[in-house]
Every structure is written in structure tokens, then in C-alpha cells.
Design a protein around this ligand. Structure first.
Ligand SMILES: [Zn+2]
Length: 166
């Protein structure tokens, strides 16, 4: 049996995939996408989730299209951890949550609707399920995304100044 590989097509498929990747578009500052970025450095972006589970639900993702956590370089892992601790501290001060869910969903079966690797940081509150959510099956968000964004941009800048991060 013979196998045929069309490498040109392979490249095309890969490119097509990246062209359609919403996180790559955000990283490329695509004007057709509403920016919810609250912080960025050379390697990473911190953004609000467009469909938040709770107010101030943030995503941290590499600017380059990484799919598997094992593809991150050691210095990227260090930067990611720095940003993760920054966001926990910032969210703690700004929203006073009782806890956090922090993690990656890798693969469709795990609930990853976007293949580009992203770390969720979700502030959690006691008694957060309200009657409207139970009845409607929807979560009620108490703050406008743009307002949350402005608040977190300022808080991240302040945090970086105090901790001498750029
Ligand atoms: Zn991507």
C-alpha cells in the first residue's frame, strides 16, 4: 500500500488553522476583534474571557500559537507563573474572591473550545449561584466587561510598579 503526503497542503491547513485562531488574532491586534487585554509583555497576553464564568474571569496565553503545554520553553513557564501570581494578587485586591479556579483545558473532550493554549483564572465567591441562573440556566454578570477591563488595566500597572515588573 502506498501513502501519499501532500506537504504543501499540510502547510496550508496549518496556516489556515492559525489564521482562524482567535487568540492569534488578539495577539496580532486584529481590529475586527474587540480587545479585552488587561496586560501584555513580550511573550504573553492577559485578557478577560469574552464569555466569562464569573466577573473578572481572565485568560493568560502565549502570543505564539502553542497548543500543548509541553511546547512552552522554560523562560515562558517562568513568565507565565509570574503573570499567574500577579493576576491572583490583583484580583484578590480588586474583587476579594473567596477562591480561584486556575487551569488549562487541553483538547476538545476536556472543554477546550480554542486549541491555542490558555490558562483560565476564575475568581470564585461563596453562594455565587443565584435564582436567575438556576431558572434561566445562565450566569448573571454584575459588571460590564469594559469596566472590568479598565479596572484591571490600572490595577496591573500599579502592581507592576510596586513589584518592579515591566
Ligand atoms: Zn493561535
Amino acid at each position: 500500500m502506498k501513502y501519499f503526503f501532500n506537504f504543501e497542503k499540510l502547510g496550508y491547513c496549518k496556516n489556515k488553522k492559525n489564521d482562524g485562531c482567535i487568540l492569534c488574532k488578539i495577539a496580532a491586534k486584529d481590529q475586527s476583534i474587540e480587545s479585552l487585554i488587561v496586560y501584555e509583555n513580550e511573550q504573553f497576553i492577559v485578557s478577560l474571557n469574552l464569555y466569562p464564568y464569573n466577573p473578572a474571569h481572565c485568560l493568560i496565553f502565549p502570543k505564539r500559537h502553542v497548543v500543548d503545554i509541553r511546547a512552552l520553553q522554560p523562560e515562558e513557564v517562568y513568565t507565565l507563573h509570574t503573570l499567574e501570581t500577579m493576576m491572583i494578587s490583583v484580583l484578590e485586591v480588586q474583587y476579594n474572591p473567596a477562591g480561584f479556579n486556575i487551569g488549562f483545558n487541553m483538547g476538545l473532550a476536556a472543554g477546550a473550545s480554542i486549541e491555542h493554549l490558555h490558562l483560565h483564572i476564575i475568581p470564585r465567591y461563596p453562594n455565587e449561584i443565584g435564582i436567575a441562573e438556576l431558572l434561566a440556566g445562565k450566569r448573571v454578570l454584575v459588571q460590564d466587561l469594559k469596566q472590568t477591563q479598565e479596572q484591571l488595566i490600572a490595577a496591573c500597572n500599579e502592581y507592576c510598579k510596586c513589584n518592579k515588573l515591566v
